[in-house]
Design a binder for this molecule. Sequence first.
Ligand code: SAH
Ligand code: SF4
Length: 378
Amino acid sequence: MTTLIDNSPVQIANTKPTLVGLTLDELKVKMGEIGVPEKMHKMRATQLFRWIYHYGITDFEAITDINKELRQKLAQNFTLERAEVLERLISKDGTRKWLIRTAPGIEIEIVYIPDVARSGALCVSSQVGCTLNCSFCHTGTQVLVRNLTAQEIIMQLMIARDDLGEWPTPFEDRQITNIVFMGMGEPLYNLDNVASAIEVISNGEGIAIGRRRITVSTSGIVPEMDRLGQLGVMLAVSLHACNDELRDILVPINKKYNLEALFKAIRAYPDLSNSKRVTFEYVMLEGVNDSPKDAQDLLRLLKGIPAKVNLIPFNPWPGSIYKCSDRIHTKAFSEFIFNAGISAPIRRTRGQDILAACGQLRSESKKTKASILKKENI
Ligand code: SAH
Ligand code: SF4
């Protein structure tokens, strides 16, 4: 069930809408709205696109190839503002987290995870809350507030780049090299907007993060996986269990799209190869999915698929019913998979001191599910 809070475009503090986060087509429409002659729509929109997403400008006066009259007209009607940043946190390990508000009641967390090898991933959200109910996930305790618009997805990246000082788009030595849709929400339930956002983010005239550096994580929405494949982005699957009985409990969408259907869709994902592997996320839950038998089952499932496995230590949250597997079990699991020739690193828990780790994202625009309220006695 979707509760609509506010679906209006990002509009901050004043009455003028911002152009930041719009697609090229949307910018063309805006040109029409302020009386730019039709034959000039494309050219002006293309120029603006480059100024917004390559240079990251915040003031129309910075534009050098648009005449003063049009610059003034743009400023009279629009802004280049970002969404409001409510909180900025930096962890002692360098992880950063932002809490932003794009509309009344719509609060989104963004996480930047710097890596060892001069690269870093930005973890973005596609929904506020989630309709799915994975039993180990904090976001799953929230009902869906609503889908994020493409603009709100792009805005997450703009704000992170502002703070990291990453304008104009650098050709090398970037801090944000990769985008992962691993924040709140199920991206494949908002694929239209996710696809539009990817189109902007990957456009070489702007932010220029290539599709091979964008990973979309899904809990397994089988009917949408084909469409995702057409976008040319990398696929991550939240697997977490290797038999239907257990996966029905951990990732309940499995009751609708079971392992057989899921793996059929994964095998059909386009262009899989050693350089385009599927990432399988596997949360380590003590006594639940961390036995040697589970590792064997996992290998059997992955047979013949160019794959890598990400073992995620379970991050507990208030009211969670699971425990994280201990080091010994996790290491043994990882080594078993590695020995079969599949990379299976144990993901370092990052940014725990600022609650930025996987599954800990849960903004204040929360609408807690009734069942949880009951369990927590709230
Ligand atoms: N809804 C999508 C995108 C979210 S990705 C999906 O489920 O794939 C977030 C990842 O973190 C998923 O793999 C999810 O299963 C995992 N996760 C959720 N809660 C977690 C927790 N408490 N500890 C560790 N990982 C968790
Ligand atoms: Fe939703 Fe993903 Fe969390 Fe499952 S793991 S509840 S699909 S965000």
